[in-house]
Design a binder for this molecule. Structure first.
Ligand code: PLP
Length: 374
C-alpha cells in the first residue's frame, strides 16, 4: 500500500483494516457483522467494554474520570463543553488559549454560551491562521496567561493540526494562578501519540479519525466531579451526565466506529502501548525535521519548540514546483501531502499508523526531488 500522510481521516494500521475485513460478515462466530448488532446485545456490550478498558489502560486514565464515546466530532464538543461546564462556576465565564485555527474555532463557538475571554494567544485573531508557535513558548512564561480565577474552565488545543503547532506539555493550573479552574483539552490530533498526565486535565476530547479509528466517534474523558452542571438548554444526548449514566448508550452509539477504534487500541497495546509509540513518534519527527532544517530546498516555519510530532507543514522554497512535487509524490506512493488551504505548501501527517519506514520513504523522495530540481 502507498504511504498515506492525510491529516484526517487518516491512515489506519494495515493489521486493523485486515482484521475488520476478516470479521466483516461474521464477528467471532456470531453470524453478524458488528454493523448488524444491537448496541444493547451481549456481543456489542463486550466490544464497547473492551474498548473502554483498553483505552483506560493505554492512557492510564484514573478511576475518577468517565470515558464517553460520543458523536458530533470535536466540532460539536466546541459547543458541548460550554453547554456542560459554563454553568458550573455560576459566573458564566470561560477562558480560551489561542494557538491556531482549531482553538480559534472553539473560542468562537463558545462565545454563543457565555462570557468568553482570551487567556493568551499566539497572534491576533486574524493572524492565527499562520500561527507558528504555541503561546507556551511565545510568552516569557505561563505566568503571563490571563486566566480568570472564577472562570468555569480554561480551554486549549494541544496539537493544532493545520498549523503543526503542539504543546510539549499541559499547564499545571496552579502555575497559571488558577488552581481551581479545570483545564479542557482538544487533543484530537495527537491523542494516543504521547503519554498524558491526567492530573492536569479535567476534560480531554478527541475525534477518532486521526490516531484512533474511523470518523464518527469522539472520545471524551471527563472528571466525574464536572458532571451534572449542564445548562437547561443542553440537548439531553449531549449532557455528559446522561451519556455517562448510560455507559455511552443514551442513544444508539456509532457502533462500527467504536469497534474499529477498539481494534486500534488492541493494536497499540501490541506495539508496546503509548510510551513505546511515543518513542517511535519522537524518532519519526526528528528524522523529518532534521532533514527539513538541513535542506535548502525546503522550509519549515514552525518555531522549533512548538513543532508538532504529528503534523509537519513544510514549504518548497520555489512554490512554482508545488503541483509537480505533489504529482510525483503521488506517483511514488506518497499520498495526501497537500497542505491545508489556509497555510498552503505541504503537510505530512505522521500519525501512529505511519511507521518510520513511511517517513524514510518521504525523506528519500524529497531528497531525490530536490536533487532533480535544485
Ligand atoms: N480539533 C482539531 C485539533 C482537529 O484537527 C479537528 C479536525 O481536523 C477538529 C477539531 C474538528 O474535528 P471534526 O471535524 O471531527 O469535528
Amino acid at each position: 500500500r502507498p504511504w498515506n500522510f492525510s491529516a484526517g481521516p487518516s491512515a489506519l494500521p494495515l493489521e486493523v483494516l485486515q482484521q475488520a475485513a476478516a470479521e466483516m460478515t461474521d464477528w467471532h462466530g456470531s453470524g453478524m457483522s458488528v454493523m448488524e448488532m444491537s448496541h444493547r446485545g451481549k456481543q456489542f456490550t463486550q466490544i464497547r467494554d473492551e474498548a473502554e478498558a483498553d483505552l483506560r489502560e493505554l492512557l492510564a486514565i484514573p478511576e475518577d474520570y468517565e470515558v464517553l464515546f460520543m458523536q458530533g466530532g470535536a466540532t460539536a464538543e466546541n459547543a458541548i463543553v460550554p453547554l456542560n461546564l459554563i454553568g458550573r462556576g455560576k459566573t458564566g465565564k470561560a477562558d480560551y488559549l489561542l494557538s491556531g485555527i482549531w482553538s480559534n474555532k472553539s473560542h468562537k463557538e463558545a462565545q454563543r454560551y457565555g462570557d468568553i475571554a482570551v487567556a493568551a494567544s499566539s497572534g491576533s485573531e486574524t493572524a492565527l491562521d499562520g500561527a507558528t508557535q504555541a503561546p507556551w513558548t511565545w510568552f516569557p512564561g505561563i505566568d503571563t496567561w490571563k486566566v480568570r480565577p472564577d472562570a468555569s474552565y480554561l480551554h486549549l488545543c494541544s496539537n493544532e493540526t493545520i498549523g503543526g503547532v503542539e504543546f510539549s506539555d499541559w499547564p499545571d493550573m496552579a502555575s497559571v494562578g488558577a488552581p481551581d479552574v479545570p483545564l479542557v483539552v482538544d487533543a484530537s490530533s495527537h491523542f494516543l501519540s504521547r503519554s498524558i498526565d491526567f492530573s492536569r486535565a479535567a476534560i480531554v476530547y478527541a475525534g477518532a479519525q486521526k490516531n484512533a479509528g474511523p470518523a464518527g466517534v469522539t472520545m471524551v474523558i471527563v472528571r466525574k466531579d464536572l458532571l451534572g452542571h449542564a445548562l437547561p438548554v443542553c440537548p439531553s444526548a449531549f449532557d455528559y451526565s446522561n451519556v455517562a449514566a448510560a455507559d455511552s448508550m443514551f442513544n444508539t452509539p456509532p457502533t462500527y466506529a467504536i469497534y474499529v477504534a477498539g481494534l486500534v487500541f488492541k493494536w497499540l497495546k501490541k506495539q508496546g502501548g503509548v510510551a513505546a509509540m511515543e518513542s517511535v513518534n519522537v524518532a519519526k519527527a526528528q528524522a523529518l525535521y532534521s532533514y527539513l532544517d538541513t535542506a535548502d530546498f525546503y522550509l519549515s516555519t514552525v518555531h522549533a519548540a512548538s513543532r508538532s510530532r504529528m503534523n509537519v507543514p513544510f514549504f518548497l522554497r520555489d512554490e512554482s514546483l508545488n503541483s509537480e512535487f505533489l504529482a510525483q509524490a503521488d506517483a511514488a506512493g506518497l499520498m495526501q501531502l497537500k497542505g491545508h488551504k489556509s497555510v498552503g505548501g505541504m503537510r505530512a501527517s505522521i500519525y501512529n499508523a505511519v511507521p518510520m519506514e513511511g517517513v524514510q520513504a518521504l525523506i528519500s523522495f524529497m531528497q531525490n526531488f530536490a536533487q532533480r530540481h535544485g
